[in-house]
Write a protein that binds this ligand. Structure first.
Ligand code: PEP
Ligand code: MG
Length: 316
């Protein structure tokens, strides 16, 4: 993937002083690979596999899963490809699972990796399809679990990945408890990826689908920045990488702040990659660190953004 990025005339993600920050794409399936490559993605930081499962009468077969995963892996031979296991349930119901009683608070219900506690065979099948796809594509795949709340859950996922023959098992940090106990989770997982969309939802008790609460969904909220810093520090303490794959990574100014908080890679909608790459290349890591400190010292989003900008002179 590095060669393809360079051949297309895109630089690799890095700060002005040469500190590498891999810039990756969020995709929902093989259909989005082309756009990711066109925008210079160095790999995939979040492959949302739920699109293969939603709105179907039957679960996709192991063969169908393997083919979809292999197609993405083949497009990024050297680059990282992070495949997130099924993140469904609750408000994204699966027609082929026996109906459960309606949940009063779907966002707090049996969703994401929690589904696999009742359906371990589904997770096993997905992880095994992933391992076969990686073998077929001769690629290194990184499996990632959504909605992980505790170190115990991270350990369970890592064990399932090992059993399926997968070399790397990461977890999303998108529930505040995971950030609060980041060191414990990092001892069990190979990497973190912070999902700022859900992390904001759960930290501020603000439904991400409610337009009336967008102020609380603002990733510039200092409390959210604190949680990202905790996740990054917990990972660094164990020598593990910590990326961000929520919408926040696609805001060029915030991307600099995230790097300053200790985040090691950024994954975003492909169209956001060029602007983030350009702004990052104009600032040193030291400037990013100062911007991050200034943002965290603010008490609300607008001053946090203004304070960060004052340390990032290369902004247009
Ligand atoms: C997130 O929660 O920030 C995230 C990247 O995952 P999704 O938006 O798919 O929930
Ligand atoms: Mg999420």
């Amino acid at each position: 993937a590095r060669e393809a990025v360079l051949a297309a005339g895109n630089g690799l993600g890095a700060t002005a002083d040469g500190h590498p920050v891999p810039l990756l794409a969020n995709i929902g399936g093989p259909g989005e690979v082309e756009s990711a490559l066109e925008h210079g993605a160095e790999g995939v930081g979040l492959y949302r596999t739920e699109f293969l499962f939603l709105g179907r009468e039957q679960a996709p077969s192991a063969q169908e899963q393997e083919a979809a995963y292999a197609e993405v892996l083949k497009a990024f031979p050297g680059g990282p490809v992070v495949v997130r296991t099924l993140d469904a349930g609750a408000d994204k119901p699966l027609a082929f699972l026996p109906a459960k009683a309606a949940e009063p608070n779907p966002a707090l219900g049996v969703r994401g990796s929690r589904l696999f506690q009742a359906h371990p065979e589904m997770m096993r099948e997905q992880l095994e399809a992933l391992a076969r796809a990686a073998a077929q594509a001769s690629a290194r795949v990184q499996a990632m679990a959504p909605m992980v709340a505790t170190a115990e859950e991270a350990a369970r996922f890592a064990a399932a990945c090992r059993e399926a023959g997968l070399p790397s098992a990461g977890v999303m940090v998108e529930i505040p408890s995971a950030a609060l106990r980041a060191a414990d989770l990092a001892a069990e997982a190979d990497f973190f990826s912070v999902g700022t969309n859900d992390l904001a939802q759960y930290a501020f008790a603000a439904d991400r689908q409610l337009g009336a609460l967008t102020a609380l969904q603002d990733a510039w909220q200092p409390a959210l920045l604190d949680l990202v810093a905790m996740a990054a520090a917990g990972a660094a303490g164990q020598g593990k990488p910590c990326g961000v794959c929520g919408e926040a990574a696609g805001d060029p100014v915030l991307a600099c702040v995230l790097v300053g908080l200790g985040v090691t890679s950024l994954s975003m909608a492909a169209a956001s990659l060029p602007a983030v790459r350009a702004v990052l290349a104009r600032h040193t890591r030291e400037q990013c660190t100062l911007a991050a400190q200034a943002a965290r010292a603010a008490v609300s989003p607008a001053p946090a953004r203004a304070a960060a900008r004052s340390h990032l002179p290369g902004l247009a």
